[in-house]
Ligand binder design. Structure first.
Ligand SMILES: *Cc1c(COP(=O)(O)O)cnc(C)c1O
Length: 396
């Protein structure tokens, strides 16, 4: 559809609601209708809406200094680098404006490391089928969905795709020119698939043996969503490079990649840069986010509330076994795999004032603000029950 509102937009999105206000885990549209938000701006607004401490932090920074270039240090960027380094367990950080740019930087870093070892390295990258890493040319090149890539080819070369959770399929693609193995620690857009322990540990061993950069994309599953600050912390290993964005700024556009010293030091001044990336306003937001996570014990809260939500979703599956083929995920990144149209469920949700997001071809994704309470879960489940009851006869 091409509504009047779309007149001066490139029609890259199908949308029809105009939001004007947010409060806690609720949004309001321009007609005054209220929505329970189980999508959090695609896993961004982890603190919900209108958090007073967060807003005050931003206001203070606006009064102080909004932007200077990366030719200079700023206090918020230094503090944010310390926070993110501590949270990831990795030595050095580079701030970007988005997730896709964090992926671009991570890939450049892996290639530079390989180049430093051998100038004629082909810089091959192994990514995963059904992965999602963003829409810029480099990030698109490693995104494992052919129909996203094909209209924009030729993309960057040297990329091959393995099967997620299949270590042998990765091993089969490794050559002397492999510089990076890239994967989401939990696949988000592809349909909410957590990584198997043997897969993650096997990749760590493989990459260590071959001196390949193991890159985890935690843009969606990181920042506490799975119940640990970063999802790889469930597996007792660390990547060489990790990407973050989405909830890193909780609404202010900011991303980052962090790396161990060994890889990070491959980059020298002149290799990479950004005008805005990590500017004082963006990194003041990052600092506030980390501060609030600590003060409000966000991780503990996720670990408390997530099992309650999961249990309710399992009960829903029990009630509608012909419609729900699987419920999976970790913490507050959950997927309901349905036997009918996931888009229909999402649309019906909006009609009933519940925001859900589609993932893959048949999954309804639940990535709420991490601050949801049991009452919100109950409210969500009541509406979900109504939705499945509505489609129950229609899907037969
Ligand atoms: C959203 C997302 C990206 C891209 O982030 P943008 O900020 O939209 O560029 C990359 N990887 C994953 C896993 C994501 O979920």
């Amino acid at each position: 559809m091409n509504t009047d509102k779309d007149l001066h937009f490139i029609h890259a999105y199908n949308r029809n609601i105009t939001f004007v206000k947010g409060e806690e885990v609720y949004l309001w549209d321009d007609t005054g209708k209220k929505y329970l938000d189980m999508g959090a701006g695609i896993a961004v607004s982890a603190l919900g809406y209108s958090n007073e401490t967060y807003k005050q932090g931003l206001k203070d920074q606006i009064d102080q200094l909004i932007h200077v270039s990366n030719l200079y240090y700023t206090e918020p960027s230094i503090r944010a680098s310390e926070y993110l380094s501590a949270a990831t367990g990795l030595d050095r950080v580079f701030f970007t404006n988005s997730g896709a740019e964090a992926i671009e930087g991570a890939l450049k870093l892996a290639r530079k490391y390989a180049y430093n070892k051998r100038k004629d390295s082909k810089g091959e990258i192994i990514a995963m089928n059904h992965s999602f890493h963003g829409r810029t040319m480099g990030a698109l090149s490693v995104t494992g969905t052919a129909h996203y890539r094909e209209p924009f080819e030729p993309l960057i070369g040297g990329v091959s795709f393995a099967e997620y959770n299949d270590l042998e399929s990765v091993k089969a693609l490794v050559t002397d020119d492999t510089c990076a193995v890239l994967l989401e620690t939990l696949q988000g857009e592809g349909g909410i698939y957590p990584a198997a322990e043997e897969f993650i540990r096997g990749l760590r061993t493989l990459c260590d043996e071959k001196d390949i950069a193991l890159i985890f994309d935690e843009i969606q599953c990181g920042m506490g969503r799975t119940g640990k600050m970063f999802a790889y912390q469930h597996y007792g290993i660390k990547p060489d490079i990790v990407t973050s964005a989405k909830a890193l700024g909780c609404g202010v556009p900011v991303g980052a990649f962090a790396a161990s010293e060994r890889f990070a030091d491959a980059m020298v001044p002149g290799d990479h840069g950004t005008t805005y990336g990590g500017n004082p306003l963006a990194t003041a937001a990052v600092c506030k986010v980390f501060e609030i996570y600590e003060q409000d014990k966000i991780l503990e809260h996720v670990n408390q509330i997530a099992p309650y939500l999961f249990e309710k979703l399992l009960a829903l599956q029990k009630k509608y076994p012909a419609m729900i083929s699987d419920v999976r995920g970790k913490g507050l990144i959950l997927g309901i795999e349905v036997t009918g149209s996931n888009a229909q469920i999402v649309a019906k949700g909006l009609e009933k004032g519940l925001i859900l997001i589609a993932a893959g071809s048949n999954v309804v994704r639940i990535v709420p603000p991490l601050v949801i309470e049991k009452t919100h879960v109950d409210e969500c489940m009541k509406i979900l029950d109504e939705i499945f009851a509505y489609f129950c006869s229609k899907w037969k």
